[in-house]
Design a protein around this ligand. Structure first.
Ligand code: AMP
Length: 182
């Protein structure tokens, strides 16, 4: 289930482009203007709820930090648990971690070792606001599988179509992007 062109346009028009943030040459996709627009936010969340209501999920896992906003709201709508996948050093209990390459250097994401163990056969939707190179999401999907859960799909509000992140990630997990960005 995907959005109509008209609904996609509402979402696209609600997202603000910030040029040269956080550094020259980057067009930052600012979702704060989508969140503060009650109609656009509701349209998006209703769509995600409808799409995922038939997936028999047990959890939604959100990537630090914008994935928490959409993920936590969606988990409540679906009546399932929410699990945060955080940047290194933020989670208080025993964690499992995964490194991933950045343009310069490496970064690391973590999840609690028992994050999904409150149910048998955990089925997880991974969510973030945007997929660019796919490095962050690839590491997050690996973490979900490492701690014994099944990552059913990875969902992004936006996908940067000019980068190969979606293609790379879809080799390990089905990928759904609500809106493609040229
Ligand atoms: P990547 O690992 O390259 O797929 O980068 C994805 C992460 O970086 C996500 O958590 C995004 O929120 C953030 N990100 C990367 N590029 C942008 C962009 N142009 N605008 C907004 N967020 C971005």
């Amino acid at each position: 289930m995907t959005l109509s062109a008209q609904d996609k346009a509402v979402l696209i028009n609600s997202i603000r482009d910030i040029h040269d943030f956080p550094k020259p040459g980057i067009v930052f996709k600012d979702i704060t203007t989508l969140l503060s627009n009650k109609d656009a936010y509701a349209l998006l969340m209703k769509h995600l709820h409808k799409r995922y209501s038939t997936y028999n999920l047990t959890h939604v896992a959100g990537i630090d930090a914008r994935g928490f906003i959409f993920g936590a709201a969606l988990a409540q709508m679906l009546g399932v648990g929410f699990v945060p996948i955080r940047k290194k050093g933020k989670l208080p209990y025993t964690t499992v971690s995964e490194k991933y390459a950045l343009e310069y250097g490496v970064d690391e994401v973590e999840v609690h070792i028992d994050a999904f163990s409150n149910v048998g056969n955990p089925k997880v939707l991974l969510i973030d606001d945007l997929i660019a190179t796919g490095g962050t999401a690839f590491a997050a999907a690996s973490l979900i599988n490492k701690v014994g859960a099944h990552c059913i799909e990875a969902c992004f509000i936006m996908g940067l179509d000019f980068l190969s992140g979606q293609t790379k990630l879809s080799e390990v997990v089905p990928v759904y992007t609500v809106i493609g960005v040229d």
